[in-house]
Design a binder for this molecule. Sequence first.
Ligand code: NDP
Length: 248
Amino acid sequence: MFRLTGKVAVVTGGSRGIGRACCEALAEHGAHVVINYVRGEQAARECADAIIAAGGTAELAAFDVADTAATETALEAIIKAHGKIDILVANAGISIDGLLLRVKDEDLDKLWHTNVTGSITCARVAMKSMMRARSGRIIFMSSVVGEMGNVGQTAYAATKAAVIGAAKSIAREYAARNVTVNAIAPGFIDTDMTHAMNDQAKEAVLKAVPLGRTGSARDIAAACVYLASDEAGYVTGQVLRVNGGMYV
Ligand code: NDP
């Protein structure tokens, strides 16, 4: 089950955290993985080395998903080099937290350009290849807070709700082309992003998780492999919640 041999997968923000786990898991199942990053070349290289050491294949692609022109150029070059993109995991994202009255305009712009425009731009370019192939998988990385909201996360949660709207719309538009589009909504996952939270905030979040633990990036990667697989061919326009029961 879940064989991805011969597939080309692009994972944005693949150098660290959830993205890295997705890269490794997709490669484990046979996909050739293109690891995108923006600043962390060393981390991206470590991810590629780990994949290659485990017998898989991977390459790096540095571009800022918030830079539309650079993203289009990079993805078109990937399509040219490989002839296709079969799987897109639009995972690159940032969080900037703050109570509503303290939300800055520049932070709103930054969050929107990275989390929303970046994801939609990647989907738009990848879709050209998927339409031609009459097959493809697009997976957007949303968040539990995109569905349930959270104090101090107005701007971030709004971007994560937006990617769900985008996923559902693209799913409807391209179902006839046999391209499935879904979102994963992770809960509280142990990565650099959550390491930045203070202990009090972490404790409060953990109390709201019925399974009583943080999730691992591997927990999310397993959902990603499933949605990327042939076995998920009848699943589209869905939000797959991987959150330990935090939001049901
Ligand atoms: P990390 O902060 O650990 O990693 C973020 C990744 O995104 C890095 O690879 C980073 O690259 C990349 N990235 C950031 N900005 C850009 C950009 N402009 N262009 C290209 N790549 C970029 O995050 P997580 O692994 O925790 O999160 C991954 C996704 O999952 C995000 O979309 C996040 O919102 C979502 N999520 C995370 C949760 C969690 O609890 N951790 C919960 C719910 C959702 P580089 O190394 O070059 O900086």
